[in-house]
Design a protein around this ligand. Structure first.
Ligand SMILES: [Zn+2]
Length: 313
């Protein structure tokens, strides 16, 4: 009798927790000390001029995940194209950004070898390792190896969002490195976060508080917010919520021309080219699609922008 009561209590508590949801991490957040609010007019005025930044996109790991997570297979375009669920090859990237005066930054983190070798020891829960088979990741260049290649220290990490495959390099990032995210990314509650918060908290344990970009409404209403990261017009964070509550895209003015990092607003080339939002991995598909269209409109107006998707080239 006692056991039954205990089990019912546990089940009820678990159900309440699931209904209420929780944030993707309980790691502390603060307002960003870097960057100032900007506008799409300011960004578009500058972006076609070559900039000072060098950016290298590194494939940290090959992986394969269900296509239904990456593309909304119920969208009319996916149905018309006859797309069916299957394992889709993807890559997990880190983007190494070098600013001549401000130093070295990463956009997302790639994958740490520690995480692939022993996911449980790196902090992942048993459940997360079952749902996301990190053991199947084929490491190409792990985060420690990527960091060995930089001249000087790492000055910060700009996250597109806090899904596991974007913070999977954290075991190799030292505790002093500043971290930057979008608004509500670490605070908005969502039912499925119940399963990932513990793993994310352990990956972020002892790291710096998450600094939140100071997005303000875009005077031209083209985006939900734009931040001029170094206050010199060389790199912009663009607020594109939908995939997650605080998803961020980055527009970088490199020495070779403008470059757009979409993050998981579009995981795949097919999704970008057919204007189809991601599938099951996305929290708010409608808002994701609206922001995907905004990014595509930006590129249509500035065709020399090179676009790099969340998980494919
Ligand atoms: Zn994601």
């Amino acid at each position: 009798m006692k056991t039954t009561r205990f089990n019912l209590f546990t089940l009820a508590s678990a159900l309440i927790l699931l209904l209420q949801g929780c944030s993707i991490t309980s790691h502390p957040t603060v307002q960003s000390s870097l960057g100032k609010p900007s506008s799409s007019a300011e960004m578009e005025r500058l972006l076609d001029q070559p900039g000072p930044i060098q950016l290298e996109t590194i494939n940290s790991s090959d992986w394969a995940v269900p296509l239904s997570g990456l593309v909304n297979l119920k969208s009319p375009a996916a149905i018309k194209a006859g797309l069916k669920d299957r394992d889709e090859p993807i890559q997990v990237y880190a983007h190494l950004l070098h600013h001549p005066q401000r130093g070295n930054y990463l956009v997302d983190t790639g994958v740490s070898k520690k995480l692939v070798d022993d996911p449980r020891k790196a902090g992942l829960s048993w459940l997360v390792t079952k749902v996301l088979p990190v053991k199947n990741m084929q490491l190409k260049k792990d985060t420690a190896e990527i960091l060995k290649g930089i001249d000087g220290k790492l000055s910060g990490v700009f996250f597109t969002h806090l899904h596991l495959d974007h913070i999977s390099g954290m075991p190799d990032i030292s505790n002093e490195v500043p971290l930057y995210i979008g608004p509500q990314e670490a605070t908005e509650k969502y039912s499925l976060n119940v399963f990932v918060q513990g793993s994310n908290d352990r990956l972020l344990a002892n790291k710096q508080p998450l600094q939140v970009w100071n997005f303000q409404p875009d005077p031209q209403h083209k985006f939900e917010g734009i931040v001029d990261i170094f206050e010199d017009g060389s790199a912009f964070a663009i607020s594109v919520p939908g995939h997650t509550p605080g998803s961020v895209a980055y527009l970088i003015r490199t020495t070779k021309g403008p470059l757009l990092l979409t993050g998981d607003t579009s995981h795949t080339r097919w999704g970008w080219e057919n204007t189809v939002e991601p599938g099951d991995y996305t929290q708010d598909g409608e808002r994701n699609l609206a922001n995907l269209k905004r990014l595509k409109a930006l590129v249509a107006n500035h065709p020399n922008i090179e676009v790099r998707f969340g998980h494919q080239r």
